[in-house]
Write a protein that binds this ligand. Structure first.
Ligand SMILES: *Cc1c(COP(=O)(O)O)cnc(C)c1O
Length: 316
């Protein structure tokens, strides 16, 4: 298990978004003319883990940060962002409304820098450090498979880049897990082109990106023998959160529960070529600070696991 829930912002996004923020600050510091320039103003439109990662990194480097969230972002998340040091503005009904507004803010403010949630080279590079660490931790022996969940594909792209860097590309299978209703990669692979989902219906909000990055589809398309796209139900993801809390005492979002749910004998036997008792499986416990599955269901699920999976609960 790569325990990304222990990252400073509570998810792997500290690696990628953190790297983007740090690179901006370093570029500013090394350019002689601007060594005493004003602070950079980072602006993010993510009311989720990307906003939290941007805030954590920017504040640690003593820079300013604003997060614009839509009205739908809950009070709890807004409080977390403020506590981490962000100025929080509420704008619009959806994330894309908030994002539009952010782009106007950035255009009007030369000191500002837009922080995207997943579609940026610096983000992929930061996320790829997961593989640098794995390479050291496994003494250079490639694992059989790595399980990661896919929203926009920033985590997945980083993993693929890291595998390339270490010459592991042909040795390691990657399970790219989505939940049904947030399965933009699976549907794009099926269609053979990038498609945009009309809406997100999964409870795994952090996977709720209607269109994956171009690079994500390119990576998955290029190696169908090594990249396996997997779509699990919300109930399976929620159930995995409950079991994970029970067994490992780790609380994660449903977005992460999806990856944990794939770490199952039956799933692995079906999805991973040559899976056996001597296989090494790495699950990226991507973490997340948003709500897990809706709390009233949490205790219900513990008692009624079989029923939950059988009827594929509508948890919305
Ligand atoms: C952002 C996020 C994801 C999805 O990552 P992408 O880089 O968008 O694919 C998965 N899990 C958690 C907890 C996240 O915050």
């Amino acid at each position: 298990m790569k325990l990304e829930n222990l990252q400073p912002s509570g998810s792997f996004k500290s690696r990628g978004v953190g790297n983007l923020v740090r690179n901006c600050v370093q570029r500013r510091r090394t350019s002689a003319t601007a060594s005493h320039g004003p602070k950079i103003h980072f602006i993010s439109s993510s009311g989720g883990n990307a906003g939290l990662a941007a805030t954590t990194a920017a504040r640690q480097l003593d820079q300013d940060v604003t997060v614009v969230v839509p009205k739908t972002t809950g009070r709890a998340m807004r409080d977390k962002l403020v506590a981490a040091g962000a100025r929080v503005l509420v704008h619009g009904a959806t994330v894309s409304d908030a994002d539009e507004y952010v782009k106007h803010m950035v255009a009007d403010d030369p000191k500002s820098v837009y922080v995207p949630p997943f579609d940026h080279e610096d983000i992929w590079q930061g996320n790829s450090t997961i593989i640098d660490e794995l390479h050291a931790q496994l003494d250079g022996h490639p694992p059989t498979a790595i399980i990661c969940s896919v929203g926009g594909g920033g985590l997945f792209n980083g993993i693929m880049q890291g595998l390339e860097r270490h010459g592991w590309t042909s040795h390691v299978q990657v399970l790219a897990v989505e939940t049904s209703g947030a399965d933009s990669l699976a549907q794009s692979l099926q269609a053979g082109e990038l498609i945009t989902l009309p809406c997100i219906t999964s409870i795994a909000r952090s996977l709720g990106v209607t269109r994956v990055s171009e690079r994500t589809l390119a990576y998955a398309d290029a190696r169908p023998d090594l990249v396996h796209s997997l779509v699990l139900s919300d109930a399976a993801a929620a159930m995995a959160c409950v079991r994970f809390a029970d067994q490992e005492k780790i609380m994660v979002e449903a977005a992460c529960g999806a990856a944990v749910a794939a770490c199952d004998q039956a799933v692995l036997r079906a999805a991973v070529h040559g899976f056996g008792t001597d296989s090494t499986i790495v699950v990226v416990v991507c973490g997340g600070k948003s709500k897990s599955c809706p709390m009233p269901y949490f205790s219900w699920l513990r008692v009624n696991e079989q029923a939950a999976l059988a009827i594929d609960l509508d948890l919305h």
